[in-house]
Design a protein around this ligand. Structure first.
Ligand SMILES: O=P(O)(O)OC[C@H]1O[C@@H](O)[C@@H](O)[C@@H](O)[C@@H]1O
Length: 650
């Protein structure tokens, strides 16, 4: 839990933030003309009350994040300029105060930077590394994140003084001493004077307003008042032109606009878009101007983010599928909305999550777009994979969709023990979940009990060898656990989700006499297969699962969920969930989770942000994601996998 205070010109906001979520928030009058310590002591009491309601002491918090107006030295935790607000705060020692009065570590930053951090970690700028924030309010605050870092500059003013760029030479006098600054031309404090000095003011309906803010200005302009329309146009022009300069200076991907004026967001954003298209050097190509997500609370969220060393990096990860051709492949996968590459040999597999030396999943969206899973793991092995994971070790699972139009080979995979006797082999226990199938599609798994080793070997080259195998008719949602060393084949007409150890070792004993388009047969590996084959694998090496294994829990209204544990082997735990409503999950910072949405889209909520997992899509929840929720309006089935507890502990 982190306590936060966002000191404003008129209102101070404060709150308790946990994992990017607001646990409690409040606000009080800022009293910015008075001494800073009196105000902080007052807010301290409110925070203590808040903590008490959470059964906490304020000193139990991880720290206190403070945002202040003016420039801030965030190394020494000092306010450098005040501009008429809490004038004594330049001399105030925030660090000692927080230590003595609250027994807390304090971190302090400028308020616009704080708001940008809030939007970057948890809001509208979440998905970019080059972002700018502009708060259009009483004053105009700006802040910049460039290549993933807050721009600070040599005197802590980098990117912070965008309210004081010159937009109108010979224009109005600013509080900073210059003339024609953006703040002097189009800010809340300057507005009353601008309006009153306007040539149409005497006939304006704005004369009836006691308070003259942007809200009133926009309202009167909407009602057709000529003075309000003219001043609004002036402000939009000044802001828009300033944006063009910011884009030229900082080259952001996203500009987030916050502040009171965003009550009229649609028309403001449209106007900015137009100005940027007209005036920016490259016509605003790839620059998005968006409204702040946390209109009221970006500051307290950002103040908490001062305690995060990195941007919230543990959001769900979505990857580009890696498609693999296979002689037995088909087009069933198109039924789940996939467009597979066109080639001579059909697509047989989509590798959904893979970290192998010859194949990598690549992040498809968000902050890490374009990074490979390997790069993410090398940067942060425990954060992505889980406790004890070493950066040189591969991601332990490989997740695939298998699109079998024809039968796959009859085959076996080695276990750890047999790998010791085989060169270049990796152990592979796997499990399958049937997503879809054609009529009478079959799964062959395990050699029948009364078949002798000799009999099996003698028939290997004959397609009738299938009669020596246990066979199961596929059903949607049926699942098969295939322990390494078990003879098996996926029959034609199956679309399967596969969770397996990260391995690519398959020993084929028969490919059913099949030839490719050049008349070639695929390589068989009978000797290796015989080295690892377990003739009499017990049936729990296969296990088709029954729906009766479900646990069921009704929730409020007609929400419900149902969970079916599909596999709990030493390598992975896989469960099928059926959900309507909201369900909480937690990685406990120990081990990643993976998700696959079977029949509908799902919403994943993490750190105050929403992510959509489309039907037929997989994602990886990093180990350090902590709490997350899955929400579904329709009754939706999804597959949830993780490592087994033994594997995390070992
Ligand atoms: O050797 P083929 O027939 O291409 O089958 C190979 C495939 O077998 C399946 O049972 C799974 O183990 C897949 O992960 C594997 O890629």
């Amino acid at each position: 839990m982190i306590a936060t205070i966002d000191l404003g010109g008129t209102q101070t906001k404060y709150g308790l933030i946990h994992n990017g979520e607001i646990v409690s928030a409040g606000q009080c009058e800022a009293k910015a003309q008075g001494p800073i310590h009196e105000h902080l002591n007052e807010v301290k009491v409110y925070l203590e009350d808040m903590c008490q309601k959470q059964d906490l002491k304020l000193s139990d918090c991880r720290g206190l994040g403070i945002l202040s107006t003016g420039l801030v030295n965030n190394q020494e935790m000092r306010v450098l300029t005040t501009n008429g607000k809490y004038d004594d705060s330049k001399e105030f020692d925030f660090k000692t105060w927080a230590q003595d009065e609250l027994s807390l570590e304090v971190r302090i930053e400028n308020d616009a930077r704080g708001a940008l951090l809030g939007e970057w970690h948890f809001g509208a700028a979440y998905d970019v590394e080059n972002a700018m924030m502009i708060t259009l309010g009483t004053g105009i605050g700006t802040a910049v994140i460039s290549e993933g870092r807050l721009l600070k500059g040599s005197r802590y003013s980098g990117g912070n003084l965008g309210g004081h760029i010159l937009v109108n030479s010979g224009g109005r006098k600013c509080t900073c001493g210059a003339v024609g600054c953006l703040e002097a031309e189009a800010s809340g404090w300057a507005l009353p004077e601008i309006v009153r000095e306007h040539e149409f003011y005497q006939k304006s309906s704005l004369r009836d307003e006691v308070k003259l803010g942007f809200k009133e200005l926009f309202q009167h302009a909407d009602q057709g008042d000529a003075c309000a329309i003219a001043v609004r146009e002036h402000c939009l022009k000044m802001w828009g032109e300033a944006l063009v300069s910011y884009i030229h200076l900082f080259d952001p991907e996203k500009i987030v606009i916050g502040g009171g004026v965003m009550h009229s967001a649609a028309m403001i954003l449209a106007s900015f878009d137009k100005t940027i298209k007209e005036m920016e050097w490259r016509g605003g190509e790839n620059v998005k101007v968006v409204q702040a997500k946390h209109t009221d609370n970006a500051g307290i969220l950002g103040a908490a983010a001062l305690f995060q060393e990195h941007k919230q990096v543990y959001a769900p990860l979505f990857f580009e599928p890696v498609y693999k051709s296979a002689i037995w492949g088909g087009s069933l996968i198109e039924s789940i909305g996939r467009q597979v590459p066109v080639s001579d040999v059909p697509t047989g597999e989509s590798w959904e999550i893979v970290d192998r030396s010859d194949e990598q999943s690549c992040v498809s969206e968000g902050l890490y777009k374009g990074s490979t899973l390997r790069q993410l793991i090398e940067n942060d092995p425990e954060g992505i994979v889980g406790l004890g994971h070493q950066k040189e070790d591969a991601f332990p699972l490989l997740l695939k969709i298998i699109d079998a139009e024809q039968d796959l080979s009859l085959q076996v995979h080695p276990d750890e023990e047999s790998c010791k006797h085989l060169s270049d082999s990796e152990p592979k226990t796997e499990m399958w979940y049937v997503l879809d199938h054609q009529v009478d599609a079959q799964i062959l798994a395990g050699i029948k009990d009364d078949v002798s080793q000799e009999e099996f070997r003698a028939k290997i080259e004959d397609p009738s060898v299938r009669e020596l195998m246990h066979s199961y008719t596929s059903e949607k949602g049926s699942a098969f656990f295939i322990k390494a060393t078990t003879m098996h084949a996926i029959g034609g007409g199956n679309l399967i989700y596969e969770i397996q150890q990260n391995s690519n070792t398959t020993y084929r004993v028969s490919d059913w006499g099949r030839l490719d388009k050049d008349g070639q047969s695929r390589e068989l590996h009978v000797e290796q297969a015989m080295t690892c084959l377990e003739y009499k694998n017990p049936t729990d090496a296969i296990v088709p699962y029954e729906l009766s294994d479900c646990s069921f829990e009704a929730q409020e209204n007609d929400d419900f969920f149902q969970v079916r544990q599909l596999t709990t082997c030493q390598f992975f735990q896989v469960a099928e969930f059926k959900l309507k409503g909201l369900l909480n999950f937690n990685t406990e910072n120990r081990c990643f989770h993976t998700l696959y949405a079977v029949d509908n889209d799902l919403k994943i909520i993490h750190s105050g942000c929403d992510f959509i997992l489309n039907r037929g899509q997989s994602c990886l929840i990093p180990a350090r994601a902590g709490d997350y929720q899955i929400e579904s309006r329709e009754n939706t089935t999804f597959i949830h996998s993780r490592l087994s507890p033994q594997q995390v502990e070992s």
